[in-house]
Design a protein around this ligand. Structure first.
Ligand code: AMP
Ligand code: ZN
Length: 499
């Protein structure tokens, strides 16, 4: 029987069944970070929701095209503050003390993009199908603006191209901010562009030949408005209509509202069928902020103490983030983190017990298969029920407890445990540290080398040459590879380390 995947849709304000437009193939977009600094654990709470949608859809056999962007273009976060640089986070970062070490703003963007990807891997988020950069999609953004101007959904003033909100009557449906007066309130205090026709209109292009990041356009030098990149990148990689669009709750308005307006005016079709938003993370009961002393980047927690971090197992951080449901406000505390360090240790204990069972256990009884299958089923059902991570985790904790009641495992029980570990890792990413550094297909020579070593080890074991077999295992370990002996023969995974 086909499994059903339910998610809460912020647009309909109801929990709905996900039914991919293309049978069994989900098209999914999630808003990525602005690369002006190190990502914090709040950012990663939102990215994790996207990772879990990706993993859960794959676990029920769907193909998923998952796109998540890198915002590496400086944007004014408020359209009305024309000409001031103060609101551009990338420019601000370059001008700050930390910015001094970068050659220029492109160098800064490149550095924080690399760091983001390292943090991504350390918290075991899977690589998306495509990770497009805003700076590499300028042509598409300019073309979209030309099209919107032509169809009367945009207009040009002396310093800006604006999207005309009254030209799209559905504006405000996602956020509930439908009345122009609601918005007037918000913009009254800032410098107003007198050429703007409606207070809700937002910038598609800023004409500015003094900005640090600028591109040539039919309207002279300048840069795009901050909503446009997601519209064009989603369209480029996923098509006019997508199944799910995700992001943090702060993006509902104005970002996602504006994305809908732009895309639907460009295509005449419904942009995203479901909208998924993650509630904000707080730390120790307060909004995370540098001045309150409760601001944590991923690196603050997971880097070794010698490098200024706290040396916490990244997967314990991941489990802590999973311990709250994405639609409820989440309070990150060091107490919960400590508890999850212990839970994480239990997974390592289970892995060690299963490996030793496979290696040294007797053939015979399998006491665990039935219970582990049922517990994994509970985990999967919880994830299919609007990503109920607290319940999914609870089932995995029950399973580790059950396995660790045994001092030894038979070979068959150990094989069932490994299967359960693999399935749990595929779905929740909490068992084996670090996803592969490179996509499997991109690294064939490495795979061939490892395959040859694994085959040599199997031969040595068959010839009872355990010294040689152990040497080969050590060699594989030094390559960062972990070998697991399963009833279907040896399998290997790469364990990368965070540098
Ligand atoms: P930014 O780099 O500011 O564009 O943010 C990247 C993502 O992180 C967006 O989806 C934000 O909504 C999300 N985000 C920012 N702060 C938090 C937080 N405290 N809790 C959860 N998500 C957040
Ligand atoms: Zn976006």
């Amino acid at each position: 029987m086909a499994r059903q995947f339910h998610l809460y849709n912020s647009l309909s304000r109801e929990t709905e069944t996900v039914e991919p437009l293309h049978d069994g193939h989900l098209q999914f977009y999630s808003c990525g970070p602005t690369v002006y600094s190190y990502a914090h654990i709040g950012n990663f709470r939102s990215f994790l929701t996207a990772d879990l949608i990706f993993r859960t859809a794959k676990s029920i056999g769907w193909e998923v095209t998952y796109a998540t962007n890198i915002t590496d273009v400086g944007h004014l976060t408020d359209d009305d503050l024309t000409g001031t640089t103060g609101e551009d986070r990338m420019v601000q970062a370059l001008q700050s003390k930390e910015g001094e070490r970068f050659a220029n703003i492109w160098d800064l963007a490149r550095y924080y993009t690399l760091v983001l990807q390292e943090d991504w891997r350390s918290l075991n988020l899977l690589e998306p199908t495509v990770r497009p950069r805003a700076s590499e999609h300028m042509r598409e953004q300019i073309k979209a603006i030309e099209q919107l101007l032509k169809s009367g959904h945009a207009y040009e003033t002396s310093n800006t191209i604006y999207f005309s909100v009254p030209s799209f009557p559905a504006y405000g449906r996602l956020s509930g901010n439908e009345a122009a007066e609601d918005l007037e309130q918000g913009v009254r205090d800032v410098v107003h562009d007198p050429e703007k026709q409606d207070p809700r209109d937002f910038a598609l292009w800023k004409k500015d030949d003094s900005h640090l990041m600028q591109w040539h356009s039919p309207w002279g030098w300048g840069f795009p408005g901050w909503h446009l990149e997601c519209s064009v990148m989603a369209q480029t990689y996923l098509g006019d209509e997508i199944d799910i669009h995700a992001g943090g709750e702060d993006l509902i308005f104005p970002h996602h509202e504006c994305e809908i307006a732009q895309t639907e005016c460009l295509t005449g079709k419904t942009f995203a069928r479901k909208w998924v938003h993650t509630r904000f993370l707080q730390v120790e009961g307060k909004k995370m902020s540098k001045s309150a002393g409760n601001f944590y980047t991923v690196r603050d927690l997971v880097l070794p103490e010698s490098e200024g971090g706290r040396g916490i197992d990244p997967l314990a951080v991941r489990m802590t983030l999973l311990s709250g449901h994405y639609r409820k406000p989440f309070n990150f505390t060091f107490e919960t983190l400590k508890t999850n360090v212990r839970h994480r240790q239990r997974f390592d204990d289970v892995v060690a017990l299963a490996e030793s069972g496979l290696e040294n256990g007797e053939n015979g009884q399998n006491e665990l298969s039935g219970s582990l299958t049922a517990l994994f089923e509970r985990t999967l059902s919880a994830m299919l029920d609007d990503l109920n991570t607290p319940e999914a985790l609870a089932a995995t904790f029950e399973a580790t407890k059950l396995v660790l009641k045994h001092e030894h495992l038979s070979k068959d029980s150990a094989a069932s445990v490994i299967r359960w570990l693999d399935n749990t890792n595929d779905l929740l990413g909490i068992v084996y540290p670090h996803a592969p550094l490179k996509t499997e297909s991109g690294d064939e020579s490495f795979a061939a080398e490892v395959d040859a070593l694994v085959a040599a080890r199997t031969q040595a074991r068959e010839a009872d040459d355990f010294t040689r077999a152990d040497e080969l295992r050590d060699e594989l370990t030094s390559l960062g590879v972990e070998v697991m002996d399963t009833p279907d023969g040896p399998k290997w995974k790469r364990r990368s380390t965070l540098s």
